[in-house]
Every structure is written in C-alpha cells, then in structure tokens.
Design a protein around this ligand. Structure first.
Ligand code: AVJ
Length: 320
C-alpha cells in the first residue's frame, strides 16, 4: 500500500491502518465526500457507542434486548437440539448471553475481525457457560469464511443483532444474507435484529441526542484521522448532522463544514466549501414487508417476526 510508509502507528496492525488510509483518502477526494462507518469503532468510538446505547433517545439497543428477553422461550422453541450458534460480528456479549440462557446451544462461534476482543469474549463465555463449546473465528464476517470442523453436522443458527444490517446498502444487505446462507447451509436458521421505519421525530432524536454523544461519536472519526493518519482537521470547523431521508428509508449522518477550509492528510490536500458535507453513515430502516422481500431475494424466508408493543424494532427468524 502506497500510504503505509508515511505512517507511524505502533499500536495498530499495518493492514488496519493502511485500509483506513486508503479508504479515508479515497472518500475525502470524491464528491460527495464520504467516510465508511466501520472506522467509528476505535477504543474511543466503541466507548462512545456504548454510551449511545444507554441514551434515553436511542431506543434500538434496549428495545432489542427487551425482545430477546421477553421472547426467549418462543425463540428457544424453534432452535433444534445440539445446534451451533454463529454470530456475525461479535460486539458486547450482552445479547448473545440472553440467547444462550434461553436456548440450549451446544456450540458458539463468534466471528470477528478483532482477535484480541474475540479471545476475551470467548474466555468470559466459557467461564459462565461451562457446557458450551466456544470456537472463535477471526475473519471479516462480510466475506466468505470457513466454519470450524468441530461444528460439522450440527444444525446451524446464525445471529446478526443490533440492526448492523442497517449500515449496508440494500444490495449489500442482500449480498451479505446470501453469503450467510452459503456459509450456514441448507436448513439453517438466522436470527436478525432489524430496526423498523417509524415516525420521523423519534428517528431524528435517536441520532441527534440532547447530550451530544452522537455528535462526539461522529466527530471522533476526524480525531482518529488526525491521530492515525497525521491529519490536521480543526474539530471546531465541523458540526454533526443526522437527517432522515424518507425516500431512501434511512438516517444519514454527516459532518458539515462550518466555513471554507482545507485539510491535509497523508500528503493530500482536501478543500471544503462552507456547508459541504462528509457523509459518514447510513442507517437503513425497514418495514416488515420490505425486509421480507429482501430476505426472499437472498435465499431465505421469514419464519417469525418478534417486535416490541410499539413496533419500534424487530427480531426476525429466517429459514434457509
Ligand atoms: C450500530 C449501525 C446499528 O445505526 O443505529 C448509532 C450506529 N450511529 N448512532 C445505528 C449508530 C449513530 C448504529 N448501528
């Protein structure tokens, strides 16, 4: 990678930094400017996201946890005996613990790009679920990866909570579900958390919280560019903005330049007009019907949809 020699970053693997470098330079030199949301989650960003999940305005996390807790017994009924649970992307263990408590899985396979995190998570789950075989896989869950031989022949249940699927463009979500279907095989189940379309006010407030945590989460991308890619973004020159795009059924997060300015990173100069945006995230919201169509188009069929009473969020069981 051409950017790698310019960087001095002791605590990150070179591939991570150089992918960030090339994605950041490519995104900031195109029109409209964009930065991929996967780079939100450095240590500071993960901590800010954790704070977001506890905000009064941010309903998705607590609503999904409520559904997983209240519907645990119903979910357990459709899980075959001796099944292996495969989690695509492994964040905090709070959600999977609810599933492991209500359903008796024989094995758990967390799949994540961060090996350190996986090891920690696996250790804590082995301690609390001594009968559970935990087989972490270090891989980018959006690509094809091989399941461990140890779960060969066991019924497979995929798990993709948190409405992370909402970060994908609909065609990417379709590609992801098709690839998960390939990896899990015929007869598999998939349990997916999907955020639902709703009144604009509620969506707006969830991404423009009063305490400004989402704003700090968004701006942290620029902090990260400054630190890891030697950028010189002036943080006071940008403001957080989240808007609901109703035609596209998505929340869009942007960082808006407050005045004309230029920024340097990795030998590249990036100019901003006043009011110009860096588009940092899409968070797609689905109707039950539109998600059903997406599932059918990617080789699955919706078996059961569980929602909260206010129909804010859904946990959906798909069958291959
Ligand atoms: C982790 C992608 C589900 O879209 O709600 C929260 C990320 N961004 N607040 C979401 C996020 C701003 C979150 N996902």
């Amino acid at each position: 990678n051409v950017y790698a020699p310019a960087l001095a970053n002791a605590h990150l693997p070179d591939e991570t930094t150089s992918a960030f470098a090339s994605d950041a330079v490519a995104g900031l030199t195109q029109h409209p400017k964009l930065l991929p949301p996967k780079y939100f989650y450095d240590a500071k960003g993960s901590d800010l996201f954790e704070q977001i999940t506890r905000l009064p305005e941010y309903y998705p996390t607590r609503t999904e946890l409520g559904i997983l807790r209240d519907r645990g017994a119903e979910i357990a009924k459709i899980i075959p005996d001796d099944a292996a649970l495969i989690e695509f992307g492994a964040g905090a263990t709070t959600k999977v613990r609810l599933l492991l408590e209500s359903c008796r899985f024989a094995a758990y396979v967390p799949v994540d790009i961060s090996g350190d995190f996986l090891t920690e998570q696996a250790d804590s789950l082995r301690r609390d679920f001594p009968d559970l075989a935990v087989h972490p896989v270090i891989a980018d869950f959006t690509t094809t990866f091989k399941l461990p031989d140890a779960i060969h022949g066991k019924p497979k249940v995929g798990f993709f909570p948190g409405s992370t699927i909402g970060n994908f463009e609909p065609h990417e979500a379709c590609r992801f579900l098709r690839s998960a279907r390939e990896i899990l095989g015929a007869g598999a189940l998939m349990v997916v958390g999907v955020d639902l379309e709703k009144e604009e006010r509620i969506l707006h407030d969830a991404y423009n919280d009063g305490a400004g945590v989402t704003a700090r989460f968004n701006l942290n991308l620029l902090v990260r560019i400054n630190r890891e890619l030697g950028g010189n973004f002036d943080l006071s020159g940008f403001v957080h903005r989240a808007i609901y795009n109703r035609e596209q059924h998505r929340i869009e997060m942007h960082l808006i330049a407050r005045k004309p300015q230029t920024v340097r990173l990795l030998g590249t100069t990036v100019s901003f007009r006043a009011g110009e945006s860096i588009h940092t995230e899409n968070s797609y919201k689905y109707s039950i019907e539109r998600f059903g169509a997406l599932a059918r188009g990617s080789g699955w069929r919706v078996r059961t949809v569980w929602t909260d009473a206010a129909k804010m969020f859904s946990v959906q069981a798909l069958v291959a």
